[in-house]
Design a protein around this ligand. Structure first.
Ligand code: TZD
Ligand code: CA
Length: 528
């Protein structure tokens, strides 16, 4: 009878989970023992980094990624990163080593007490196998659940004395199982939806991250052109679902109830695709929709559909729904929207750059299929205005706003997409939540370009203090950081650039390097 260990590695291999993102402890060593040569272990020095890297890797590859954490302490360190994975619907199979079964009752060191409870409510499913032979079956279940719609993270706690126990006689049957989503909308449902779109006078599309996650970008562009409608990106955008220089593109909607409704005034039908309606942030009470408007939402997530306070929702495969819709729509008699004017260049002070300039340079010099992992909170609007993104999978931002995503996710995205260049655009505040991602980038020679925007403050929070009428509050500035020294300390090449030409030179060099580079740029503080 093969061991639990042997069957598990066969299962992981069959499911394509041969990269393990982890940070080990004693409980995990029996799992890592005899680590097969065709597997790869990617070490992160903090569990927030481990999960952030796996999150980027899974989102960019579109496939579940495997994480191995140390007991309760390691899982706890990963919780902030799980908030992002939960809201980005990232299929993460998070495993954590548990104490030996006999030692749990006495709460020996490293017993993860009530382990399945720990990561809730940030996982779809959480489990500790009832006996050793149940471990391979539980991992098979975990992989399938993570990958089925709506996708998301799962958690399995595994006692370390289970690995060398015999597997169940039927365990091999797990290896060839398939579990697939077979749900597509019916012809009658598609007819009704197409009619509703066709009958609207002034429809508008609002696109969310799921469009990019299922690579339906070309389908929504086709839909926009067919209907001759403006297109917005849904608020709190974590991915880029639409080409940002398309004539129909209007920008990212504000994450505020009243502000969002104002932007959609004059539209009688709001078609929200692949997004919750909506991910608001600032408190700005008002009516959800402009006068006279109705809304339809297409999503694979029943929870997103059910919790929406307005509109009608279709829960299903949005790729299949869009394909079905496109075959049913006939041309409409409406002029195509006019493109928005391009923003003008901005003047820089003597000793630092405006973020607008940094983004203009990125837009001019980065490859046309560059991938941006963005985590600088005050510069989101200008980034979307100035940087052209054309291809699926070009933009990733922390989906729950949990900082510490950007640096590790950039590493994970680059690992999953070796043929594209990944540029991490990271604030000086954000960078510190997961700075040790630099070490993994250096040791594994993952050639991410990290651009650190150093305005010495939590810029977005300065803006929020005015929203809250909070006056001066403590804890908003982060002076005295030397990112070039930090980068070198972790083994990453670094450049300091305070003028446009210097930044251009450094970026050109970084983009041709086969190792990571950090470019520290002092910047002005702007409003989000
Ligand atoms: N801690 C965590 C884990 N996530 C958060 N979102 C915050 C704290 C609060 N926070 C924000 O929501 S924005 C922000 C903080 C601290 C400032 C980020 O500063 P930055 O970017 O330098 O990265 P800007 O461009 O200066 O705003
Ligand atoms: Ca900052």
């Amino acid at each position: 009878m093969p061991s639990v260990h042997a069957i598990t590695y066969q299962l992981l291999r069959r499911r394509g989970l041969t990269t393990v993102f982890g940070n080990p402890g004693s409980n995990e060593l029996p799992f890592l023992k005899d680590f097969p040569e065709d597997f790869r272990y990617v070490l992160g020095l903090h569990e927030g980094v481990v999960v952030g890297m796996a999150d980027g890797y899974a989102q960019a590859s579109g496939r579940p990624a495997l994480v191995n954490l140390h007991a309760a302490a390691g899982s706890g360190n990963a919780m902030g990163a799980l908030t992002n994975a939960w809201y980005s619907h990232t299929p993460l199979v998070v495993t954590a080593g548990q104490q030996a079964r006999e030692m749990l009752g006495v709460e020996a060191m490293l017993a993860n007490v009530d382990a399945p409870q720990l990561p809730r409510p940030l996982v779809k499913w959480s489990y500790e196998p009832a006996c050793p032979a149940d471990v391979p079956r539980a991992l098979s279940q975990a992989i399938h659940i993570a990958g089925l719609p709506a996708r998301g993270p799962v958690y399995v706690s595994i006692p370390h004395d289970d690995w060398d126990k015999p597997a169940d006689e039927d365990a091999e049957a797990l290896l060839s199982r398939t579990v697939s989503d077979a749900g597509t909308p019916s012809a009658a449902q598609l007819d009704a939806l197409a009619q509703r779109l066709q009958d609207a006078r002034n429809p508008v599309l609002v696109l969310g991250p799921e469009v990019d996650a299922v690579a339906a970008n070309a389908l929504v562009a086709d839909l926009a052109e067919r209907l001759a409608v403006p297109v917005w990106v849904a608020p709190s955008a974590s991915r880029c679902p639409f080409p940002t220089r398309h004539a129909s593109f209007r920008g990212v909607l504000p994450a505020a109830v009243a502000g969002l409704a104002r932007c959609l005034e004059g539209n009688d039908l709001i078609v929200a695709i692949g997004t919750p309606v909506f991910r608001y942030h600032q408190y700005d009470p008002g009516r959800y929709l402009p006068e006279g408007a109705t809304l339809v939402q297409l999503t694979s997530d029943p929870q997103e559909a059910a919790r929406a306070p307005m509109g009608d929702a279709w829960v299903g495969d949005i790729h299949a729904t869009l394909e079905g819709l496109l075959t049913r729509l006939t041309a409409v008699d409406r002029p195509q929207p006019e493109p928005r004017p391009r923003p003008a260049a901005v003047e820089d002070p003597a000793d630092r750059l405006a973020p607008e300039t940094v983004f203009d340079v990125l837009d001019a010099l980065a490859p046309e299929d560059a991938i941006y992992v963005k985590e600088s909170t005050s510069t989101v609007t200008v980034f979307w205005e100035r940087v052209e993104m054309r291809h699926p999978g070009s933009y990733f931002f922390p989906a729950a706003g949990g900082l510490g995503f950007g640096m590790p996710a950039a590493v994970g995205v680059q690992l999953a997409s070796p043929e594209r260049r990944v540029i991490g655009v990271i604030g000086d505040g954000s960078a510190n939540y997961a700075i040790t991602a630099l070490w993994t980038a250096a040791q594994y020679r993952i050639p991410v370009v990290f651009v650190i925007l150093r305005n010495d403050t939590y810029g977005a929070l300065r803006w929020f203090t005015r929203q809250f009428d909070a006056g001066e509050v403590p804890g908003l500035d982060v002076p005295g950081l030397d990112f070039c020294s930090l980068a070198r300390g972790y083994g990453v090449e670094a450049r300091f650039t305070s003028r446009r030409e210097e930044f251009e030179d450094a970026l050109r060099d970084a983009l041709t390097a086969d190792t990571p580079t950090l470019i520290e740029v002092p910047t002005t503080t702007i409003e989000p």
